[in-house]
Design a protein around this ligand. Structure first.
Ligand code: SF4
Ligand code: SF4
Length: 342
């Protein structure tokens, strides 16, 4: 791990070097919202922003993704001809990703690439071709609770480089080998720079005053939590609109459809969500999650109990607070976790 220094004045030339071999993307202000957008090498970098409205998960898990194309060649020897989708043509750098989002992709790695049987090439290809340059949060939002979720405003997990804003300059910490290579040409940070970054981390962590506990959730049996009384209340106001799942960096439900036009077609993977009645509706008409309570419970049980049990204690939430900000009926995940932990 190495600490380098990058003045904001020189960021354009640093990014220009990265852009020689990569497409660059970064948060940008658009219509009053902070969104992910292409970044020109000489473009203006946003240094002061809260979380992007939507998470950057669609860089690796697009909202709609073509998995393959096919054509029915009735006269041909093979009949149905299938064509694999080409891999990502160029490497990418995702600049100024928040640490919670970088951490979230480590959680999803455990879902999409579990073993030889479950090793999603679409996800893996994009992950391997992306350099993640995270920007530590010095001013967390009131809805952030990342410090309770194995994460934090200066978390390095999942990042290749972590930038810490020190005013006119940035401390650039190489976290992975790929990240170390990317910042190799920058000058070394001084001890004073490192002390300033450590102080910024301390202050940012102290600014997160919302905490939730996981100890009771971890200790309780799955069925005890599943049958808890509070689910009768939690689900009542939910609209099953899916907003919380679409904005979430760790939600990953999908549906696969074949779309055809004449003799040709494509197989697409689309975001779906466990809060939807149709998501689990069987062809027989039976729905194992037929009630709204079943579906709402699934979202929270999956994140805070099933994933930790199945993935070595990892939590399926990084505390980014997006769902708290965007739920139209003010269902607050922090309150639900407190109920589960009571
Ligand atoms: S955003 Fe709120 S209302 Fe919509 S599905 Fe999520 S919890 Fe329910
Ligand atoms: S559940 Fe809510 S707070 Fe947790 S990662 Fe998803 S959007 Fe962020």
């Amino acid at each position: 791990m190495s600490d380098k220094i990058l003045s904001k004045d020189q960021a354009a030339s640093f990014l220009g070097e990265l852009a020689e071999t990569r497409d660059l993307f970064a948060p940008a202000l658009e219509g009053g919202k902070v969104v992910w957008a292409p970044l020109a090498p000489d473009g203006e970098v946003l240094w002061d922003f809260a979380n992007t409205t939507m998470s950057p998960k669609d860089f690796f898990f697009p909202q709609t993704e073509c998995m393959m194309r096919f054509a029915n060649h009735q006269d041909g020897e093979d009949g149905m001809v299938m064509h694999a989708e080409p891999e990502l043509a160029k490497e990418r750098a995702l600049v100024n990703m928040r640490p919670c989002d970088a951490k979230a992709f480590g959680v999803l790695d455990l879902i999409f690439c579990q073993d030889e049987m479950t090793d999603d090439p679409y996800w893996r290809n994009k992950r391997e071709k992306s350099l993640i340059i995270a920007l530590a949060c010095n001013n967390p939002c009131p809805t952030c609770f990342c410090t309770s979720m194995n994460c934090g405003p200066h978390s390095e997990t999942g990042a290749d480089v972590l930038l810490v804003d020190l005013g006119d300059q940035l401390l650039a910490r190489g976290v992975s080998e790929k990240g170390e290579t990317a910042i190799a040409s920058l000058p070394e940070a001084t001890e004073a720079d490192q002390a300033a970054a450590a102080q910024a981390k301390k202050e940012a962590e102290a600014a997160i005053t919302t905490t939730v506990e996981m100890d009771q959730i971890n200790q309780r049996e799955v069925m005890e939590l599943y049958e808890a009384k509070h689910w009768d209340r939690v689900h009542e106001s939910c609209l099953n609109c899916g907003t919380c799942t679409f904005c979430c960096p760790t939600c990953h439900c999908f549906d696969i459809q074949d779309e055809t036009l004449g003799e040709a077609g494509r197989r697409v993977r689309n975001w779906d969500y466990c809060m939807s009645y149709l998501f689990t509706l069987h062809g027989t008409g039976h729905n194992p999650r037929g009630s709204k309570k079943d579906r709402v419970r699934q979202r929270f049980m999956h994140k805070f109990k099933y994933i930790p049990v199945k993935r070595g204690g990892e939590i399926g939430c990084v505390g980014c607070g997006r769902c708290v900000q965007l739920c139209p009926v003010n269902i607050d995940v922090r309150e639900v976790v407190r109920d589960m932990n009571a």
